[in-house]
Write a protein that binds this ligand. Structure first.
Ligand code: DAH
Length: 348
């Protein structure tokens, strides 16, 4: 074969290859193209075999022609490879495109339930005064709930708290005062004690302001020098913390079996500022909590020397505080799983 003849052959081969590569659209047609023009059974390979028959003097030039043909074919192949890769990338980018100009979704934030907002608020207040948080079970012994709180069986005060009896001397605790007994017994007669006990309590009561399940926060301080004025000062600070610094606080004599003397605290009505309105039932005052000096019997019954130790205690209704603070008219609203209700209290 002459050089010209080979050049013509090579030219036709390249033209054919160009035509064919333009039909290549994917990996498999690309592989077929590669096999046909550059593989073992390609024309190119057979041309290399022809080298044997080429006269030694022409070998070099023939070889150069062959190499030129091979690189021309290889270029077609790699150009196509790149074209396919670019196309694949462009498709992928198009498919995964994120439109950053689209408006976002509004994620709904959770919000603290007013019941727990009150617990947290009161707990923070007392932690700041050096109190710790104590806890007790909701299924309580008759002893802790009543006897050790100076409410013996058949005592008329049991009627004040219509409790749910569970038999076997167990009750659903009717007040968090039951935790007082637990804390005092655990201290084995050694003070000081300074605790609050938030939790659920249960009574057979059911109307717009009473729910069979509700919450209280008990407070108990026992030390050698606890005084009645310490108690009044503590509660005044608490009530102003909860309802505003301008609130006036008034204490009225009351009765609880576990305290002597006992008082109830009222705040001046924050709705009418004491003038009289529906919220304060036209008295100008809102009743808020019960408290008193721990009864000597309670100290003794729970292992404390009532000659050495004195104490004060208080009990706040969580629901009542939440209803007043957040303007909730029916206590049951606090016990329904109504998202719209809770969302009112979300702080944006
Ligand atoms: N346990 C009382 C109740 O449920 C509330 C109470 C009153 C708690 C006076 C006290 C207290 O600790 O001293 O009605």
């Amino acid at each position: 074969m002459t050089k010209e003849e080979f050049q013509n052959l090579a030219k036709r081969e390249i033209e054919e290859a160009k035509k064919e590569v333009s039909q290549v659209v994917d990996e498999s047609s690309l592989n077929a193209f590669k096999g046909k023009y550059l593989g073992k059974k390609s024309h190119l390979t057979s041309y290399y075999a022809l080298m044997k028959e080429v006269a030694p003097a022409e070998k070099k030039e023939f070889g150069m022609e062959l190499n030129a043909l091979r690189s021309a074919l290889s270029e077609l192949l790699s150009a196509k490879q790149k074209e396919l890769a670019d196309k694949a990338l462009a498709e992928k980018l198009e498919k995964e495109k994120v439109d950053i100009t689209r408006p976002g979704y509004h994620a709904t934030l959770g919000s603290k339930h007013p019941f727990y907002a009150v617990i947290d608020d009161v707990t923070d207040f007392f932690l700041g005064l050096g109190y710790t948080v104590a806890d007790g079970p909701e299924v309580e012994t008759d002893e802790n709930n009543f006897e050790l709180m100076n409410i013996p069986k058949d005592h008329p005060a049991r009627d004040m708290q219509d409790s749910f009896s569970l038999g076997d001397n167990l009750v659903l605790r009717s007040h968090t005062s039951a935790v007082q007994a637990r804390v005092m017994k655990a201290a084995k007669g050694v003070g000081p004690i300074k605790v609050i006990c938030p939790g659920k309590v249960y009574r057979r009561d059911n109307d717009a302001t009473h729910s069979p399940e509700f919450g209280q926060i008990e407070g108990l301080v026992i030390s050698e020098d606890a005084t009645f004025s310490n108690l009044l000062e503590t509660l005044t600070l608490l009530l102003r913390h909860l309802f505003g610094e301008k609130r006036e606080v008034r204490f009225r004599p009351s009765f609880f079996p576990f305290t002597e003397p006992s008082v109830e605290a009222d705040i001046s009505c924050f709705e009418c500022n004491g003038k009289g309105c529906a919220l304060c039932k036209h008295t100008g005052w809102i009743e808020i909590l019960g408290s008193g000096m721990v009864h000597p019997n309670v100290l003794r019954l729970n292992g404390f020397d009532d000659k050495k130790y004195r104490g004060y205690a208080f009990g706040i209704g969580i629901d009542r505080v939440a209803m007043l603070k957040y303007g909730i008219d029916d206590i049951k609203r606090l016990y329904t799983d109504d998202v719209a209700f809770v969302e009112q209290f979300r702080k944006e």
